[in-house]
Design a protein around this ligand. Structure first.
Ligand SMILES: [Fe+2]
Ligand SMILES: [Fe+2]
Length: 281
């Protein structure tokens, strides 16, 4: 009986709220068709039939489009087959000859009900549930990755200071300690990266980021020299300190001395971050 097929139950839930809502809407269209079937042909106007067929076509089109967008978003491996099934169903609802209703209302409405209930229900239980499982796995992994990246960023900000710019493989920070005015650090995004293990391409890209930041620092602070430092045994990340040196400072001509506890106001940090950031070319 078609009436059972259009009763929504948890059994049909995919677990993607947006999709479940749309499926419920399709079920509701199915129920309207059932009610129409019970009224009998003589009590249904052409206008009602046309309205129903149009809403079924429009809503199905919208729903399939929504699902396909999600599939593209996660690069779903079975997207082509799923899309093909959508296209077949859409073809059916888009090309239904509504004149058939007038010729034999009962048989036509039963046919449309059977085909739709059969296709919709089977499609939801088969293709859609399979896709939903892939979508949820992707979301879980993605969320986990996002949380990890966020935690790493927060940790970096605590260790170094204020983010200036994010590059493909690194992030530049203005050090909280400004004993050397303009002291920045460029941190590789890959936490476990080791200098000697980098490929030539990775090294080039990292160095290029560092040079872009150093040039901006030079422009903003006009130091007399810049020291570049990395301490593999100390630093948790692969990074380079960019330390401007000034002839007027005690450590000029010697290894740089920092962490003397010179801190700025939040507004001053913000201002410097903007200045350096705008000079990164
Ligand atoms: Fe669906
Ligand atoms: Fe689908």
């Amino acid at each position: 009986m078609a009436s059972i097929k259009f009763d929504w139950s948890e059994h049909y839930e995919t677990g993607i709220p947006e999709i479940d809502e749309q499926h419920k809407q399709l079920f509701s269209i199915g129920r309207t068709i059932e009610q129409m079937s019970m009224k009998g042909g003589e009590n249904v106007t052409d206008r009602e039939i046309l309205g129903l067929v149009n809403s079924l076509r429009d809503y199905t089109g919208f729903h399939f489009y929504s699902e396909e967008k999600l599939m593209e978003e996660i690069r779903y491996e079975d997207i082509q087959l799923h899309k093909k099934h959508h296209a077949q169903m859409l073809y059916f609802v888009s090309n239904y000859d509504i004149r058939k209703f007038r010729k034999n209302f009962d048989a036509t409405i039963r046919e449309i009900l059977d085909i739709i209930s059969d296709q919709v229900v089977h499609h939801i239980l088969g293709d859609d549930k399979k896709f939903a499982a892939a979508y949820k796995t992707y979301q879980k992994m993605h969320k986990h990755m996002e949380e990890k990246v966020k935690a790493d960023r927060m940790e970096n900000e605590e260790s170094y200071g204020f983010p200036i710019k994010e590059f493909n493989s690194s992030i530049a920070y203005l050090m909280r300690d400004q004993s050397a005015s303009g002291h920045c650090v460029i941190v590789n995004k890959e936490k476990k990266a080791k200098y000697l293990a980098m490929t030539a391409l990775e090294r080039d890209s990292f160095h290029a980021d560092m040079i872009r930041v150093a040039k901006a620092v030079k422009k903003v602070f006009k130091p007399d020299a810049i020291d570049y430092m990395y301490f593999e045994d100390v630093d948790e990340h692969l990074l380079f300190h960019i330390i401007p040196k000034y002839q007027t400072a005690e450590d000029f001509g010697k290894p740089p001395v920092w962490n003397k506890g010179k801190e700025l106001t939040e507004d001053e940090y913000k201002d410097l971050v903007e200045k350096i950031g705008s000079e990164i070319k």
